[in-house]
Write a protein that binds this ligand. Sequence first.
Ligand code: SME
Length: 164
Amino acid sequence: MAEVTLDLRGQPKTEAYAELKTHALAILEGVDDDICAMATMSCLLHHAFGHLWTGFYRVVTPGKLLRVGPYQGTLGCLEITFGKGVCGTSAAKGETVVVSDVHAFPGHITCDGRSASEIVVPVYGHNRELIAVLDIDSEHKNTFDDVDRAALEDLMAWFQHRTA
Ligand code: SME
């Protein structure tokens, strides 16, 4: 089976994300199931980059509540209110939030004390409705930048534009 999990550590980020996207799109071809895609993307991203926590918080009450979805890593908190923590801030604003030092982010929700930096990307569905946020945590400060932001936003566009 060609559907292997890639380890892309050590490659320049832009190349790593390009390879990961090609791989993910091939695996997800014909898939019409958000949870299946979230699980697949969590796994691919987590192992490609060796992150601390990689996963999704799903919108269960629009404008109000996120609940944990597929993820890889240590135990994540189960529910996050819109506006709370990094995930809730990204969901409330509908914007990607990059945090270079979580200890300097007011209201950051600590699920794993090793988390040092973080990126949260909104995920939109077919009708441009917010369906989830992608949350990636790193053990190192300053892990995420505009390259991650652009590549992850591009990858998350799968949920809006998938053709299956
Ligand atoms: N760090 C997040 C909480 C979720 S976990 O880290 C898995 C936040 O402040 O939104």
